[in-house]
Design a protein around this ligand. Structure first.
Ligand code: ATP
Length: 252
């Protein structure tokens, strides 16, 4: 994206963001509440107009038709709408919509893709359950399952682990990383857990008040100075095996 500017109801939210994500790369956008992270993902997902600012694998975003975009870009929003009465299986099957011919039905391959992704996300046995009856964490895995079933090569993940327990956080991020390596997926995520973010991202972008305040490998972005300045947080940053570990410490 080049000079991405978004205003909502007359309020400037993104004030000229430049960001390139290479094919196969994992980039995580961090930043304090209200910095514009979700807005950035929504613009990339085609949900907000951004004429001329975004190219997806070389194609101007506005030139992609909805169905074509859905085969390339899959988004897991922060709080997706949960359709009343819909089962987990049918919800994940919605991810196959871009492959179903107009007025046609899902193929055996579509159904198999859904079963496969449910297994990978530890959701066997949940297929017939009504989505609305699942716990927050179970639901979050179903939202990710739908995006993975879509078979897109660019995954936009808006706080994909915020409702998950520590085990499922790791499981989901490991799965995304495995898929990335095996199928060359490109991942753009937002996360509030900074240590976890740094362990998985190749590069991080610190967004503050709609601008890029810092960008680079996790060790360059997760510094005590930058985090204190932009989050107004008191933290210690310790060296970790897979990236810096950010520990909040009570201010003196
Ligand atoms: N329709 C709107 N009109 C005016 N301001 C809006 C509108 N929608 C969102 N905003 C504001 O845009 C800013 C950025 O919101 P966004 O959801 O992108 O932030 P975020 O970085 O994802 O925050 P969080 O970490 O809290 O999820 C916020 O201050 C929000 O209140």
């Amino acid at each position: 994206m080049r000079d991405l500017r978004v205003s909502l109801d007359g309020t400037p939210i993104l004030a000229g963001v430049d960001l390139t994500v290479e094919r196969g790369e994992w980039v995580t956008v961090i930043g304090p509440n209200g910095a514009g992270k979700s807005t950035l993902l929504r613009a990339l997902g085609g949900l907000l107009p951004a004429p001329g600012a975004i190219r997806i694998f070389g194609t101007p975003s506005e030139a992609l038709r909805r169905r074509d975009r859905a085969r390339v870009v899959a988004t897991v929003a922060q709080s997706p709408v949960v359709p009343a009465g819909m089962t987990v299986f049918d919800y994940v099957l919605l991810g196959r919509t871009p492959y179903v011919p107009p007025l046609g039905r899902e193929s055996a391959a579509d159904l198999a893709a859904v079963r496969d992704v449910l297994t990978r996300l530890d959701l066997d046995g949940f297929g017939r359950r009504e989505l609305a009856t699942l716990s927050g964490g179970e639901r979050q895995r179903v939202f990710l399952a739908r995006a993975l079933a879509q078979g897109a090569t660019l995954l936009l993940l808006d706080e994909p682990t915020s409702a998950l327990d520590i085990g499922h956080q790791q499981e989901v991020l490991e799965l995304v990383d495995q898929l990335r390596r095996a199928h060359g997926l490109t991942v753009l995520a937002t996360m509030h857990d900074l240590s976890l973010a740094g362990e998985y991202a190749d590069r991080m972008v610190l967004l503050a008040a709609g601008r890029v305040a810092a960008a680079g490998p996790p060790r360059d972005v997760l510094t005590e100075d930058l985090l204190a300045r932009h989050y107004r947080a008191s933290v210690r940053v310790l060296p970790g095996e897979h990236g810096p570990l950010v520990v909040p410490v009570r201010p003196r």
